[in-house]
Design a protein around this ligand. Structure first.
Ligand code: CA2
Length: 152
């Protein structure tokens, strides 16, 4: 049997990680995070694919495409779209894939407009404030959930 395929989605501006605002987002680059997740995925027995986009429609298309290809779950940091995008939320709800939401920073310690997420009530789990480690924990949770669902 083929290993389950998980999609990691990175929202707007996350391609600049490690280049600015290290006090909030840390010094780790997006390439570092993807590399760490690739290693973690091979230990967990899952495959991973990565998409980063600064464009809402590209992220929506990636979610639709994931469902059409039999992707088993999504690990997503929607970036600022977390707080603004009904359209991206609707895409996640429409495909019904298991979602884990991750944020590098603790959004609840920040400005009030970051306290609401359009995704949290759809998510299996929400991780925030753990920095890059949150992605690792999130991937692990999603992999265990997916593998358990498959053998049920
Ligand atoms: O804490 C997170 O992971 C966020 O999702 C990051 C978003 C922010 O809008 C959310 O409220 C919380 C912003 C990502 C911007 O990333 C940057 C990276 C380097 C330099 C500047 C921004």
């Amino acid at each position: 049997m083929k290993p389950p395929l998980l999609l990691v989605l990175h929202g707007p501006n996350l391609n600049r990680l490690g280049q600015r605002e290290p006090d909030i987002y840390g010094k780790t680059t997006l390439e570092d995070i993807d590399g760490m997740l690739r290693d973690e995925a091979s230990m967990l027995g899952v495959s991973v694919e990565f998409v980063q986009s600064n464009h809402e429609g590209v992220l929506i298309d990636a979610i639709h495409h994931a469902a059409d290809r039999g992707v088993a779950g999504i690990l997503m940091n929607p970036g600022a779209f977390t707080h603004t995008s009904v359209a991206l939320r609707d895409a996640v709800a429409a495909v019904g894939l298991p979602l884990v939401e991750v944020h590098l920073s603790n959004v609840h310690r920040r400005e009030p407009f970051r306290h609401h997420s359009y995704f949290s009530d759809l998510a299996l789990a929400v991780l925030c404030g753990l920095g890059a480690e949150g992605y690792r924990v999130g991937l692990r949770h999603l992999a265990h959930h997916t593998l358990a669902a498959r053998s049920a």
